[in-house]
Design a protein around this ligand. Sequence first.
Ligand SMILES: Nc1nc2c(c(=O)[nH]1)N[C@H]1C(S)=C(S)[C@@H](COP(=O)(O)OP(=O)(O)OC[C@H]3O[C@@H](n4cnc5c(=O)[nH]c(N)nc54)[C@H](O)[C@@H]3O)O[C@H]1N2
Ligand SMILES: Nc1nc2c(c(=O)[nH]1)N[C@H]1C(S)=C(S)[C@@H](COP(=O)(O)OP(=O)(O)OC[C@H]3O[C@@H](n4cnc5c(=O)[nH]c(N)nc54)[C@H](O)[C@@H]3O)O[C@H]1N2
Ligand code: SF4
Ligand SMILES: [Mo]
Length: 728
Amino acid sequence: MAHTVTHKTVCQVCHNCCPIEVDVVDGRAVKILGNKANRHYDGFTCVKGRGQLDYHYSPDRLLHSLKRGPDGGYAPIWSEQAMDEIAVKLTRIIERHGPRAVSAYFGTQAFQTASASMPVAKGFMAGIGSPMVFESVTIDQPGKAVAPALHGTWLGGKYGPNEADVLLLIGANPLVSMLGLPLGNHGKWLGDKLESGGRLIVIDPRRTETARRAHLFLQPLPGHDVAILAAMTRIILAEDLIDSRFVTDNVTGIDELRSAVAPFEPSLVAAAAEVDVADLETAARMYAAAGRGYIDAGTGPNMAQSGTLLEYLILNLGALCGDRRRAGETVADPVSLYPPLPAVAQALPPYPAGGLGEAMRVRGLGHCPAGMPVSGLAEEILTPGEGQVRVLFSVGGNPIAAWPDQIRTAEAMSALELLVQIDPFMSATAHYADYVIAPPMALETPHVTHVLDFLQAAGIGPGAPYAQYGPAVVDPPEGSDLCSEWQFFYGLGQRMGVQIAAPHPLGLVEPVPLDMAHPPTEEELLDIVCQGSRLPLDVVRRHPDGVEGALAAEPATVVLPGDPSTPTCLDVGNPQMMADLAAVADNLGAGEHIGGTAAGDDMLLISRREMHATNSSYNAMAARGGRRHNPAFINPVDATRLGVGADDVVRIASPRASVLAVVSLDESVRPGVVSMSHAYGNPSPDVDTPLQDGSSTARLADVTVDFDRYSGQPRMSAIPVTVTPASL
Ligand SMILES: Nc1nc2c(c(=O)[nH]1)N[C@H]1C(S)=C(S)[C@@H](COP(=O)(O)OP(=O)(O)OC[C@H]3O[C@@H](n4cnc5c(=O)[nH]c(N)nc54)[C@H](O)[C@@H]3O)O[C@H]1N2
Ligand SMILES: Nc1nc2c(c(=O)[nH]1)N[C@H]1C(S)=C(S)[C@@H](COP(=O)(O)OP(=O)(O)OC[C@H]3O[C@@H](n4cnc5c(=O)[nH]c(N)nc54)[C@H](O)[C@@H]3O)O[C@H]1N2
Ligand code: SF4
Ligand SMILES: [Mo]
């Protein structure tokens, strides 16, 4: 009789890294539940994690790699054969055009299942000499990496949510996205926090799941967050609510900031953003009055305006209120699987925010602190001349579905001489690929939770010391020929005589040269990722329920005193940021705001996430025969005005393009706003199948409009659109 074996491992479907228990019968995984022995998560899982078996065993899953034939159709190819052919093509292209012609893009799932593969893939790119390495970070919240360059970094760290008395969430919805509050069991954490006196302020055009728990909720028109933050800064300065001691010792540029926020008169900002001025003032006072504050802005506001300016103002507010750790305090959120980051109660002064490496040939963009600007890559591919990009390796990402400006992306994918998509499914981008490489999936791959550390280093991780190792729990399907991401790049390296040195994910340790004659094991790759880690990986491997609490806390990091002989300051008055702020003030004064009830039929399209899918993958609702599409959520007031009802089809047109979408009525969405999740739609920008595949919001964005000067990120939320009734 078949018997069930229960394996403990880590869910790799999203960055939340929930500990799970997988029941396996005769080598087949049959059920997934949360691991209750882990106190940090307390048994939490979500519908995607529990439902991933539908994907793992999907009849659509690729069990062999595919090659596109001359007729455009795809036929299976052995992965060894695919690597042979690709190595030959690549060598020829590099000989003719140089290594810059070869690019790689790492998307969301590259940070998940393929996280141990990234060092090999990046080592390969470095080995061939190409700087054209891109990550989804620059179409996410790149301002989080760029703003510290302009403001400086407090080396003692910011107070995290566990240490804070007041939490200010701007366009982040952690109860659904699992980002913005300590990664783990968000609902339970927030309940405990509020019960113990914590205060929550939420600013979002949608009354989100998180907003419903807030003490103070502001529901502005989208795209006004910079003005709102500037007004809050003005109030805090005018009412002298700052931490004068901290500011005097550690902050410069305050006079410049004071002048720059002067035009952001609260009543003017409140009128433009359509919020109550009293609420705006209360938000500023509530934040400043608390002992310790924590601010996080999510994807919405980061995509609606310059994410750099937004995040810069957030850093400024935190510094003005002294929300920075002092000497002698313990770092509550140390990294665990990376080497310990030193903590000193001192400012690291500003450093260059641009010109850091390779320059792009488009729009003056180049390597920024968040990496190479993804939103310029399609233009790089389409722009003739020396250095033109002709090859793309797309790993764990889905450019056609997710990159802003779908029409341009589709042109670029079609123009490539060689597109290799590593993907377990025939994703939208796979339809453009010359080769689709079929990799193993999450449950077949061992994993460590270092993505938590990656986020922890940015101040948005688990908020506490934590690590888990998760073994593979099933073998690849019988008869399959899978090639993991690292095997693919290692295999190319072998064939092309390229020596690969695997870099550390944060660059904290020297790259490790791989033995190019004997492939590493997956466990050895995990050891490379975790080399020198604060918690040794071997210790973590011995704790199948995860390492947490007191066990994870040692060795603790205590903030050391700064060096008084070399005083350094955080800069709250960076000239470029002040100039950018002045431009926002000019528009505010001119009353030039788009969208909303005031401007007739114009509406603003904003982004959102839904619990049952991760971007374009793991859609648990679709897998169970439910809704496959991403509705256009609008307020019933707008529906009436537009003369449409639930499930009606509408055309949503931006200045760039239009899409067909299916209406869903939603009281939680502010009137004047269309709220839709991204990364849906069929592979073609010319044909819409809104019910079967959903609608591409990426098509409505234009990479050349309102793009951030450092990261290149264009306006991807708060996009002006008109909505009109349509039919299929
Ligand atoms: N279930 C699920 N979880 C996910 C994902 C997923 O697809 N599904 N994706 C993952 C990824 S890749 C990421 S980066 C994170 C993102 O995590 P979050 O940033 O928390 O993502 P969202 O849930 O989309 O929250 C963004 C919020 O911004 C609001 N918003 C939009 N425009 C504006 C604006 O102009 N101003 C303000 N103030 N608010 C605005 C939206 O209404 C929305 O509530 O989530 C991750 N987690
Ligand atoms: N309009 C708009 N656009 C957005 C956003 C928005 O909010 N609004 N959000 C942006 C953000 S925050 C992000 S992060 C990007 C996301 O952009 P991407 O990361 O490029 O997009 P995903 O849809 O997450 O792509 C994941 C791909 O990985 C594949 N996959 C699944 N499992 C595995 C695996 O085990 N191995 C491998 N190799 N592949 C796997 C999936 O089939 C899918 O093709 O989109 C951005 N685009
Ligand atoms: S997909 Fe769900 S279960 Fe898996 S890590 Fe994310 S939140 Fe946890
Ligand atoms: Mo993201």
